[in-house]
Write a protein that binds this ligand. Structure first.
Ligand SMILES: Nc1ncnc2c1ncn2[C@@H]1O[C@H](COP(=O)(O)OP(=O)(O)OP(=O)(O)O)[C@@H](O)[C@H]1O
Ligand SMILES: [Mg+2]
Length: 210
């Protein structure tokens, strides 16, 4: 088994294709002989999955305070780092995360309009040294994201049921993040077909594995 101790993350608005692409990427890396841990956020450990239920529960729409939301995302993250991510990296695995701390900056910072500097400070407390070596933001238009979600035919959760203006701020937030933190965040146009997107993701990841 090859060891790598690398942490990669896929980000982007709802329905941009993160889960689809992460699954393919994991299969590709396993095929190359790496030991891979995949996690989804919020979640990935029992405590974090319980926090996820609170966060996504549609009954709390208009009830959950933005700061509660911010802190719960961070709480879920601290736990999955301690229980899953840190041990996996110690064991020489590649960790692939479906969302991580940049989601909190995009959604709670830019989307909910909580001071981005404060969100970043809190992330430092939560993540310490556990930050992705590379994050790939899959950028799609809001129209395309809506089309893909509609195709999934499931009930929207609390975050997914936000207004279009919220998702515009989130998408623009991701574009700002990719621009500002270009040393560790890359942008991929994800409006096209899944194979082309996967090729671009693999190229970016392989550059970090040499
Ligand atoms: N490149 C693509 N072109 C067309 N459809 C796609 C593409 N990528 C994914 N899809 C479809 O769009 C839907 C959403 O994709 P996926 O679940 O991977 O997105 P996601 O970013 O993980 O969404 P969420 O944030 O809700 O978890 C799925 O039905 C998937 O099959
Ligand atoms: Mg997904």
């Amino acid at each position: 088994m090859k060891t790598a101790k690398k942490f990669f993350c896929l980000e982007g608005i709802d329905g941009c294709g993160k889960s689809t692409q992460l699954k393919r990427l994991a299969e590709f890396l396993i095929g190359k002989g790496f030991d891979v841990l995949t996690i989804r956020e919020p979640g990935g450990s029992e405590i974090s999955e319980n926090i996820r239920k609170l966060l996504l529960d549609i009954r709390y729409k208009g009830v959950m305070d933005s700061r509660t939301e911010l802190l719960l995302y961070n709480a879920a993250r601290a736990q999955v780092i301690a229980e899953k991510i840190a041990p996996a990296l110690e064991q020489g695995k590649i960790v692939l995360a479906d969302r991580f701390a940049w989601s909190t900056l995009a959604y709670q910072g830019y989307g909910r309009q909580i001071d981005p500097q404060m969100v970043l400070e809190l992330s430092k407390i939560t993540c310490g040294n556990y930050n992705p070596d590379l994050t790939i933001v899959l950028d799609v238009s809001l129209e395309e994201s809506r089309r893909r979600q509609a195709g999934d035919n499931r009930v929207a959760d609390r975050l997914e049921s936000e207004a279009v203006s919220f998702f515009e701020r989130v998408r623009n937030g991701y574009l700002k993040i990719a621009n500002e933190f270009s040393d560790c965040v890359s942008l991929v146009d994800a409006n096209g077909d899944p194979d082309t997107i996967q090729d671009q993701i693999r190229q970016l990841i392989l550059q970090k594995l040499v």
